[in-house]
Design a protein around this ligand. Structure first.
Ligand code: PHE
Length: 452
Protein backbone atom coordinates (compact mmCIF):
# COMPACT_ATOMS: atom_id res chain seq x y z
CA UNK A 1 0.00 0.00 0.00
CA UNK A 2 2.78 2.43 0.84
CA UNK A 3 4.37 2.25 -2.59
CA UNK A 4 1.08 3.36 -4.11
CA UNK A 5 1.30 6.57 -2.12
CA UNK A 6 2.73 9.30 -4.31
CA UNK A 7 3.93 12.75 -3.46
CA UNK A 8 4.35 16.06 -5.20
CA UNK A 9 7.63 16.20 -7.10
CA UNK A 10 8.30 19.91 -6.74
CA UNK A 11 7.50 22.84 -4.52
CA UNK A 12 5.84 24.66 -7.40
CA UNK A 13 3.74 21.61 -8.24
CA UNK A 14 2.51 21.35 -4.65
CA UNK A 15 1.62 25.06 -4.53
CA UNK A 16 -0.14 25.05 -7.91
CA UNK A 17 -2.14 21.92 -7.09
CA UNK A 18 -3.29 23.31 -3.74
CA UNK A 19 -3.99 26.71 -5.27
CA UNK A 20 -5.96 24.82 -7.93
CA UNK A 21 -8.15 23.38 -5.21
CA UNK A 22 -8.69 26.81 -3.71
CA UNK A 23 -9.30 28.68 -6.95
CA UNK A 24 -12.73 27.60 -8.10
CA UNK A 25 -16.23 28.72 -8.88
CA UNK A 26 -16.30 30.40 -5.47
CA UNK A 27 -13.70 32.92 -6.63
CA UNK A 28 -15.46 33.71 -9.86
CA UNK A 29 -19.14 33.90 -9.07
CA UNK A 30 -19.30 34.40 -5.33
CA UNK A 31 -16.48 36.74 -4.41
CA UNK A 32 -17.17 39.53 -6.94
CA UNK A 33 -20.83 39.56 -6.07
CA UNK A 34 -20.23 39.58 -2.30
CA UNK A 35 -17.78 42.45 -2.77
CA UNK A 36 -20.18 44.52 -4.82
CA UNK A 37 -23.03 43.97 -2.39
CA UNK A 38 -21.10 44.44 0.82
CA UNK A 39 -19.27 47.70 0.60
CA UNK A 40 -16.72 47.24 -2.22
CA UNK A 41 -13.18 47.95 -1.12
CA UNK A 42 -14.17 47.82 2.55
CA UNK A 43 -15.32 44.22 2.05
CA UNK A 44 -12.09 43.36 0.24
CA UNK A 45 -10.14 44.72 3.18
CA UNK A 46 -12.12 42.65 5.69
CA UNK A 47 -11.87 39.64 3.44
CA UNK A 48 -8.08 39.96 3.32
CA UNK A 49 -7.94 40.26 7.12
CA UNK A 50 -10.09 37.08 7.36
CA UNK A 51 -7.77 35.26 4.97
CA UNK A 52 -4.70 36.35 6.94
CA UNK A 53 -5.96 35.84 10.48
CA UNK A 54 -8.32 32.90 10.01
CA UNK A 55 -8.05 31.24 6.60
CA UNK A 56 -4.27 30.91 6.46
CA UNK A 57 -3.90 29.61 10.07
CA UNK A 58 -6.66 27.02 9.47
CA UNK A 59 -5.01 25.99 6.21
CA UNK A 60 -1.70 25.72 8.03
CA UNK A 61 -3.41 23.58 10.68
CA UNK A 62 -4.70 21.22 8.00
CA UNK A 63 -1.25 21.12 6.41
CA UNK A 64 0.19 20.01 9.74
CA UNK A 65 -2.39 17.25 10.23
CA UNK A 66 -2.08 16.06 6.62
CA UNK A 67 1.69 16.02 6.34
CA UNK A 68 2.11 14.45 9.77
CA UNK A 69 -0.40 11.73 8.92
CA UNK A 70 0.91 11.07 5.39
CA UNK A 71 -2.41 9.36 4.73
CA UNK A 72 -6.04 10.13 3.94
CA UNK A 73 -7.80 12.68 6.13
CA UNK A 74 -9.61 10.15 8.33
CA UNK A 75 -6.43 8.27 9.13
CA UNK A 76 -4.39 11.46 9.54
CA UNK A 77 -6.70 12.63 12.36
CA UNK A 78 -6.68 9.13 13.76
CA UNK A 79 -2.86 9.00 13.86
CA UNK A 80 -2.58 12.33 15.66
CA UNK A 81 -5.16 11.30 18.24
CA UNK A 82 -4.00 7.70 18.59
CA UNK A 83 -7.28 6.34 17.33
CA UNK A 84 -9.50 8.42 19.63
CA UNK A 85 -12.86 9.85 18.59
CA UNK A 86 -11.12 12.81 16.87
CA UNK A 87 -10.76 10.55 13.86
CA UNK A 88 -14.45 11.18 13.22
CA UNK A 89 -13.65 14.83 12.61
CA UNK A 90 -11.37 13.61 9.82
CA UNK A 91 -14.17 11.38 8.60
CA UNK A 92 -16.51 14.37 8.59
CA UNK A 93 -14.05 16.13 6.25
CA UNK A 94 -14.06 13.13 3.92
CA UNK A 95 -17.86 12.93 3.94
CA UNK A 96 -18.19 16.66 3.29
CA UNK A 97 -15.74 16.46 0.38
CA UNK A 98 -17.50 13.40 -0.99
CA UNK A 99 -20.95 14.98 -0.92
CA UNK A 100 -19.74 18.23 -2.48
CA UNK A 101 -18.02 16.39 -5.35
CA UNK A 102 -21.36 15.26 -6.78
CA UNK A 103 -23.07 18.62 -7.02
CA UNK A 104 -19.94 20.64 -7.78
CA UNK A 105 -19.50 18.34 -10.79
CA UNK A 106 -22.98 19.23 -12.03
CA UNK A 107 -22.16 22.95 -12.07
CA UNK A 108 -18.78 22.19 -13.65
CA UNK A 109 -20.69 20.22 -16.32
CA UNK A 110 -22.84 23.28 -17.02
CA UNK A 111 -19.63 25.22 -17.77
CA UNK A 112 -18.66 22.60 -20.36
CA UNK A 113 -22.10 22.81 -21.95
CA UNK A 114 -21.66 26.58 -22.26
CA UNK A 115 -18.33 26.10 -24.05
CA UNK A 116 -20.20 23.87 -26.47
CA UNK A 117 -23.08 26.34 -26.77
CA UNK A 118 -20.63 29.16 -27.55
CA UNK A 119 -18.94 27.16 -30.28
CA UNK A 120 -22.31 26.21 -31.78
CA UNK A 121 -23.36 29.88 -31.78
CA UNK A 122 -26.27 29.27 -29.39
CA UNK A 123 -25.34 32.01 -26.95
CA UNK A 124 -26.80 34.83 -28.92
CA UNK A 125 -30.18 36.34 -28.18
CA UNK A 126 -32.29 38.67 -26.07
CA UNK A 127 -31.91 38.83 -22.26
CA UNK A 128 -35.06 36.66 -21.94
CA UNK A 129 -33.48 34.11 -24.28
CA UNK A 130 -30.62 33.52 -21.83
CA UNK A 131 -33.06 32.90 -19.00
CA UNK A 132 -35.03 30.40 -21.09
CA UNK A 133 -31.88 28.76 -22.41
CA UNK A 134 -30.52 28.17 -18.91
CA UNK A 135 -33.84 26.96 -17.51
CA UNK A 136 -34.42 24.59 -20.42
CA UNK A 137 -30.93 23.22 -20.24
CA UNK A 138 -30.56 22.81 -16.48
CA UNK A 139 -33.94 21.07 -16.11
CA UNK A 140 -33.36 18.78 -19.10
CA UNK A 141 -33.15 15.17 -17.83
CA UNK A 142 -30.20 14.06 -19.96
CA UNK A 143 -27.94 16.82 -21.25
CA UNK A 144 -26.62 18.15 -17.92
CA UNK A 145 -25.96 14.58 -16.79
CA UNK A 146 -23.99 13.96 -19.96
CA UNK A 147 -21.75 16.98 -19.26
CA UNK A 148 -21.44 16.03 -15.59
CA UNK A 149 -20.24 12.60 -16.73
CA UNK A 150 -17.72 14.24 -19.08
CA UNK A 151 -16.17 16.42 -16.36
CA UNK A 152 -16.12 13.54 -13.86
CA UNK A 153 -14.54 11.40 -16.58
CA UNK A 154 -11.77 13.98 -17.12
CA UNK A 155 -11.24 14.21 -13.35
CA UNK A 156 -11.07 10.42 -13.14
CA UNK A 157 -8.47 10.35 -15.91
CA UNK A 158 -6.27 12.81 -14.00
CA UNK A 159 -6.71 11.04 -10.67
CA UNK A 160 -5.80 7.56 -11.91
CA UNK A 161 -2.55 8.97 -13.25
CA UNK A 162 -1.51 9.53 -9.66
CA UNK A 163 -0.41 12.49 -7.59
CA UNK A 164 2.68 13.42 -9.56
CA UNK A 165 1.76 12.23 -13.06
CA UNK A 166 -1.90 13.25 -12.77
CA UNK A 167 -2.75 16.01 -10.29
CA UNK A 168 0.60 17.81 -10.32
CA UNK A 169 1.08 17.64 -14.07
CA UNK A 170 -2.46 18.81 -14.79
CA UNK A 171 -2.20 21.67 -12.27
CA UNK A 172 1.09 22.89 -13.75
CA UNK A 173 -0.62 23.15 -17.10
CA UNK A 174 -4.08 24.31 -16.09
CA UNK A 175 -3.28 26.95 -13.47
CA UNK A 176 -1.05 29.15 -15.68
CA UNK A 177 -3.60 28.79 -18.52
CA UNK A 178 -6.36 29.87 -16.19
CA UNK A 179 -4.35 32.90 -15.11
CA UNK A 180 -3.61 33.99 -18.68
CA UNK A 181 -7.28 33.64 -19.70
CA UNK A 182 -8.33 35.64 -16.68
CA UNK A 183 -5.86 38.44 -17.43
CA UNK A 184 -6.91 38.69 -21.06
CA UNK A 185 -10.59 39.01 -20.15
CA UNK A 186 -9.78 41.55 -17.40
CA UNK A 187 -7.93 43.73 -19.91
CA UNK A 188 -10.75 43.42 -22.48
CA UNK A 189 -13.36 44.20 -19.86
CA UNK A 190 -11.51 47.20 -18.43
CA UNK A 191 -11.07 48.70 -21.89
CA UNK A 192 -14.83 48.90 -22.52
CA UNK A 193 -16.56 52.30 -22.45
CA UNK A 194 -17.62 53.29 -18.91
CA UNK A 195 -15.58 50.46 -17.43
CA UNK A 196 -14.36 52.85 -14.73
CA UNK A 197 -17.81 52.74 -13.12
CA UNK A 198 -17.43 49.03 -12.54
CA UNK A 199 -13.93 49.48 -11.18
CA UNK A 200 -15.25 52.16 -8.84
CA UNK A 201 -18.09 49.89 -7.68
CA UNK A 202 -15.55 47.23 -6.82
CA UNK A 203 -12.92 49.37 -5.16
CA UNK A 204 -14.76 52.32 -3.71
CA UNK A 205 -15.04 51.73 0.05
CA UNK A 206 -18.58 52.25 1.30
CA UNK A 207 -18.06 52.20 5.02
CA UNK A 208 -21.75 52.70 5.82
CA UNK A 209 -22.49 49.27 4.38
CA UNK A 210 -20.30 47.58 6.96
CA UNK A 211 -22.14 45.56 9.60
CA UNK A 212 -21.82 42.22 11.33
CA UNK A 213 -23.32 40.41 8.33
CA UNK A 214 -20.49 41.71 6.18
CA UNK A 215 -17.86 40.40 8.59
CA UNK A 216 -19.51 37.01 8.79
CA UNK A 217 -19.96 36.91 5.02
CA UNK A 218 -16.26 37.63 4.50
CA UNK A 219 -15.32 34.94 6.99
CA UNK A 220 -17.53 32.29 5.37
CA UNK A 221 -16.29 33.25 1.92
CA UNK A 222 -12.64 32.98 2.98
CA UNK A 223 -13.16 29.43 4.30
CA UNK A 224 -15.07 28.24 1.27
CA UNK A 225 -12.65 29.86 -1.11
CA UNK A 226 -9.61 28.29 0.54
CA UNK A 227 -11.28 24.82 0.50
CA UNK A 228 -10.97 24.55 4.27
CA UNK A 229 -12.64 21.76 6.30
CA UNK A 230 -13.45 19.58 3.30
CA UNK A 231 -10.50 17.23 3.51
CA UNK A 232 -8.87 18.68 0.39
CA UNK A 233 -6.10 20.68 2.03
CA UNK A 234 -5.31 17.90 4.49
CA UNK A 235 -5.19 15.26 1.72
CA UNK A 236 -2.94 17.34 -0.54
CA UNK A 237 -0.64 18.12 2.40
CA UNK A 238 -0.19 14.39 2.91
CA UNK A 239 1.72 14.48 -0.41
CA UNK A 240 3.96 17.40 0.64
CA UNK A 241 7.64 16.68 1.18
CA UNK A 242 9.41 17.13 4.51
CA UNK A 243 11.18 20.17 3.08
CA UNK A 244 7.99 22.08 2.24
CA UNK A 245 7.75 25.23 4.31
CA UNK A 246 4.15 24.99 5.45
CA UNK A 247 3.81 28.61 6.57
CA UNK A 248 5.07 30.19 3.36
CA UNK A 249 3.02 27.72 1.30
CA UNK A 250 -0.20 28.65 3.12
CA UNK A 251 0.57 32.36 2.68
CA UNK A 252 1.36 31.94 -1.04
CA UNK A 253 -1.86 30.00 -1.65
CA UNK A 254 -3.89 32.56 0.29
CA UNK A 255 -2.38 35.33 -1.86
CA UNK A 256 -2.93 33.51 -5.18
CA UNK A 257 -6.54 32.73 -4.25
CA UNK A 258 -7.26 36.33 -3.25
CA UNK A 259 -5.63 37.76 -6.39
CA UNK A 260 -7.75 35.49 -8.59
CA UNK A 261 -10.88 36.55 -6.71
CA UNK A 262 -10.11 40.25 -7.13
CA UNK A 263 -9.24 39.78 -10.81
CA UNK A 264 -12.56 37.97 -11.28
CA UNK A 265 -14.24 41.10 -9.95
CA UNK A 266 -12.27 43.17 -12.46
CA UNK A 267 -13.46 40.86 -15.21
CA UNK A 268 -17.15 41.01 -14.32
CA UNK A 269 -18.02 44.50 -13.04
CA UNK A 270 -16.47 46.73 -15.70
CA UNK A 271 -18.24 44.71 -18.45
CA UNK A 272 -21.56 44.64 -16.59
CA UNK A 273 -21.49 48.37 -15.87
CA UNK A 274 -20.39 49.18 -19.36
CA UNK A 275 -23.64 47.77 -20.75
CA UNK A 276 -25.73 48.82 -17.75
CA UNK A 277 -26.67 45.33 -16.55
CA UNK A 278 -26.93 44.69 -12.83
CA UNK A 279 -24.61 41.84 -11.79
CA UNK A 280 -26.52 38.98 -10.18
CA UNK A 281 -25.40 36.31 -7.80
CA UNK A 282 -24.93 32.57 -8.03
CA UNK A 283 -25.62 30.42 -11.06
CA UNK A 284 -27.69 33.11 -12.73
CA UNK A 285 -24.67 35.43 -12.81
CA UNK A 286 -22.55 32.93 -14.70
CA UNK A 287 -25.15 31.35 -16.91
CA UNK A 288 -27.70 34.10 -17.54
CA UNK A 289 -26.31 37.56 -16.82
CA UNK A 290 -22.78 37.22 -18.10
CA UNK A 291 -23.51 35.66 -21.50
CA UNK A 292 -25.85 38.59 -22.02
CA UNK A 293 -23.24 41.09 -20.81
CA UNK A 294 -20.54 39.62 -23.05
CA UNK A 295 -22.87 39.60 -26.02
CA UNK A 296 -23.81 43.24 -25.54
CA UNK A 297 -20.29 44.40 -24.68
CA UNK A 298 -18.33 42.53 -27.31
CA UNK A 299 -21.00 41.64 -29.86
CA UNK A 300 -22.41 38.11 -29.57
CA UNK A 301 -21.96 37.11 -33.18
CA UNK A 302 -18.65 38.94 -33.65
CA UNK A 303 -15.36 37.12 -33.51
CA UNK A 304 -14.23 39.00 -30.39
CA UNK A 305 -17.53 38.19 -28.62
CA UNK A 306 -17.15 34.53 -29.47
CA UNK A 307 -13.55 34.37 -28.29
CA UNK A 308 -14.29 36.18 -25.02
CA UNK A 309 -17.21 33.89 -24.28
CA UNK A 310 -15.15 30.84 -25.14
CA UNK A 311 -12.30 32.01 -22.93
CA UNK A 312 -14.68 32.77 -20.07
CA UNK A 313 -16.32 29.33 -20.01
CA UNK A 314 -12.97 27.61 -20.50
CA UNK A 315 -11.67 29.60 -17.53
CA UNK A 316 -14.63 28.53 -15.41
CA UNK A 317 -14.28 24.90 -16.47
CA UNK A 318 -10.58 24.85 -15.62
CA UNK A 319 -11.16 26.47 -12.24
CA UNK A 320 -13.90 23.94 -11.49
CA UNK A 321 -11.81 21.02 -12.76
CA UNK A 322 -8.81 21.70 -10.51
CA UNK A 323 -11.14 22.00 -7.50
CA UNK A 324 -12.94 18.84 -8.52
CA UNK A 325 -9.63 16.98 -8.72
CA UNK A 326 -8.90 17.83 -5.10
CA UNK A 327 -12.40 16.81 -4.00
CA UNK A 328 -12.13 13.51 -5.86
CA UNK A 329 -8.72 12.83 -4.36
CA UNK A 330 -10.06 13.18 -0.79
CA UNK A 331 -12.39 10.21 -1.24
CA UNK A 332 -10.09 8.24 -3.54
CA UNK A 333 -7.30 8.35 -0.93
CA UNK A 334 -9.80 7.37 1.75
CA UNK A 335 -11.17 4.37 -0.15
CA UNK A 336 -7.91 2.93 -1.36
CA UNK A 337 -6.18 3.25 1.96
CA UNK A 338 -9.04 2.17 4.18
CA UNK A 339 -10.36 -0.66 2.00
CA UNK A 340 -6.82 -1.76 1.05
CA UNK A 341 -7.58 -1.73 -2.64
CA UNK A 342 -5.64 -0.21 -5.53
CA UNK A 343 -5.73 3.52 -6.21
CA UNK A 344 -7.48 2.82 -9.49
CA UNK A 345 -10.27 0.86 -7.82
CA UNK A 346 -10.65 3.58 -5.20
CA UNK A 347 -11.00 6.15 -7.98
CA UNK A 348 -13.61 4.01 -9.76
CA UNK A 349 -15.72 3.81 -6.59
CA UNK A 350 -15.59 7.60 -6.20
CA UNK A 351 -16.28 8.28 -9.87
CA UNK A 352 -19.32 6.02 -10.01
CA UNK A 353 -20.80 7.21 -6.74
CA UNK A 354 -20.30 10.90 -7.51
CA UNK A 355 -21.85 10.34 -10.89
CA UNK A 356 -24.92 8.89 -9.19
CA UNK A 357 -25.11 11.77 -6.68
CA UNK A 358 -24.58 14.28 -9.49
CA UNK A 359 -27.28 12.69 -11.66
CA UNK A 360 -29.78 12.73 -8.79
CA UNK A 361 -28.93 16.38 -8.01
CA UNK A 362 -29.32 17.33 -11.64
CA UNK A 363 -32.63 15.48 -12.01
CA UNK A 364 -33.93 17.14 -8.86
CA UNK A 365 -33.89 20.46 -10.76
CA UNK A 366 -36.29 19.13 -13.39
CA UNK A 367 -38.13 15.83 -13.72
CA UNK A 368 -37.49 14.71 -10.15
CA UNK A 369 -38.41 17.98 -8.50
CA UNK A 370 -40.43 16.01 -5.95
CA UNK A 371 -37.02 15.41 -4.33
CA UNK A 372 -37.22 18.45 -2.12
CA UNK A 373 -37.52 19.27 1.54
CA UNK A 374 -39.57 22.21 2.78
CA UNK A 375 -39.36 23.90 -0.60
CA UNK A 376 -35.61 23.41 -1.00
CA UNK A 377 -34.36 21.28 -3.89
CA UNK A 378 -31.60 18.71 -3.41
CA UNK A 379 -29.04 21.20 -4.67
CA UNK A 380 -29.78 23.72 -1.96
CA UNK A 381 -30.01 20.97 0.65
CA UNK A 382 -26.54 19.65 -0.24
CA UNK A 383 -25.19 23.16 -0.31
CA UNK A 384 -26.73 23.98 3.04
CA UNK A 385 -25.75 20.79 4.85
CA UNK A 386 -22.17 20.76 3.60
CA UNK A 387 -21.43 24.51 3.50
CA UNK A 388 -23.38 25.74 6.47
CA UNK A 389 -23.29 22.81 8.87
CA UNK A 390 -20.46 20.38 8.11
CA UNK A 391 -17.92 23.03 7.08
CA UNK A 392 -18.14 25.20 10.24
CA UNK A 393 -18.46 22.13 12.45
CA UNK A 394 -15.39 20.47 10.93
CA UNK A 395 -13.42 23.72 10.99
CA UNK A 396 -14.30 24.44 14.62
CA UNK A 397 -13.48 20.94 15.84
CA UNK A 398 -10.21 20.94 13.90
CA UNK A 399 -9.11 24.14 15.66
CA UNK A 400 -10.00 22.68 19.05
CA UNK A 401 -8.20 19.46 18.19
CA UNK A 402 -5.03 21.23 17.10
CA UNK A 403 -5.06 24.01 19.65
CA UNK A 404 -6.01 22.06 22.75
CA UNK A 405 -5.45 18.36 22.18
CA UNK A 406 -2.47 17.68 19.92
CA UNK A 407 0.82 18.00 21.88
CA UNK A 408 2.52 21.33 21.23
CA UNK A 409 5.85 19.73 20.38
CA UNK A 410 4.31 17.78 17.49
CA UNK A 411 2.79 20.98 16.13
CA UNK A 412 6.04 22.82 16.54
CA UNK A 413 8.15 20.17 14.86
CA UNK A 414 5.85 20.10 11.82
CA UNK A 415 5.70 23.90 11.81
CA UNK A 416 9.48 24.24 11.84
CA UNK A 417 10.24 21.19 9.67
CA UNK A 418 11.80 19.40 12.65
CA UNK A 419 13.72 22.42 13.85
CA UNK A 420 15.26 23.35 10.51
CA UNK A 421 13.14 26.50 10.15
CA UNK A 422 13.00 29.39 12.59
CA UNK A 423 9.32 29.17 13.52
CA UNK A 424 9.06 32.87 14.42
CA UNK A 425 5.30 32.86 13.94
CA UNK A 426 4.57 29.70 15.89
CA UNK A 427 3.30 31.58 18.95
CA UNK A 428 0.96 33.67 16.80
CA UNK A 429 -0.27 30.57 14.97
CA UNK A 430 -1.03 28.83 18.25
CA UNK A 431 -2.89 31.84 19.59
CA UNK A 432 -4.99 32.16 16.44
CA UNK A 433 -5.82 28.47 16.24
CA UNK A 434 -6.66 28.24 19.95
CA UNK A 435 -8.80 31.32 20.36
CA UNK A 436 -9.42 33.56 17.35
CA UNK A 437 -10.32 30.88 14.78
CA UNK A 438 -12.71 28.72 16.85
CA UNK A 439 -14.50 31.74 18.31
CA UNK A 440 -14.96 33.31 14.88
CA UNK A 441 -16.20 30.07 13.32
CA UNK A 442 -18.63 29.60 16.19
CA UNK A 443 -19.87 33.14 15.62
CA UNK A 444 -20.73 32.54 11.95
CA UNK A 445 -22.33 29.24 12.79
CA UNK A 446 -24.59 30.67 15.49
CA UNK A 447 -25.30 33.83 13.55
CA UNK A 448 -26.67 32.00 10.53
CA UNK A 449 -29.31 30.40 12.75
CA UNK A 450 -30.02 33.80 14.29
CA UNK A 451 -28.81 32.59 17.67
CA UNK A 452 -26.49 35.58 18.07
N1 PHE B 1 -12.45 26.57 -3.02
C1 PHE B 1 -13.31 26.26 -4.08
C2 PHE B 1 -13.86 27.53 -4.72
O1 PHE B 1 -13.48 28.60 -4.41
C3 PHE B 1 -14.47 25.44 -3.67
C4 PHE B 1 -14.09 24.16 -3.07
C5 PHE B 1 -14.47 23.88 -1.84
C6 PHE B 1 -13.29 23.30 -3.76
C7 PHE B 1 -14.06 22.73 -1.26
C8 PHE B 1 -12.88 22.15 -3.18
C9 PHE B 1 -13.28 21.88 -1.93
O2 PHE B 1 -14.72 27.43 -5.57
Amino acid sequence: MTEQRGNFGSKLGAILATAGSAVGLGNIWRFPYMTGENGGAAFILIYIICVLLLGIPCMLGEFIIGRHGASNTYRAYSKLSEGKAWKYVGLLGVVTGFLITGYYAVVAGWCLQYIFATVMGHLNGTPQYYIDYFNDFSTNPLRPIFWTAVIIGITHFVIVHGVRGGIERASKLLMPTLFVLLLVIVVASCMLPNASQGIRFLFYPELDKLNSEVFLGALGQSFYSLSIAMGCICTYASYFSRQTNLTTSAIQIGIIDSIVAILAGLMIFPAAFSVGVNPDSGPSLIFITLPNVFQQAFGGSSFVGLIISLMFYTLLSLAALTSLMSLHEVSTAFFYEELHISRKKGAVIVTISTLIIGAICSLSLGEWNFLSLSGKNLFSIFDFVTGQIFLPLGGFLTCIFLGWYVPKDILKSEFTNWGTLKGTFFGIFLFLIRFVCPISILAIFLHQFNII
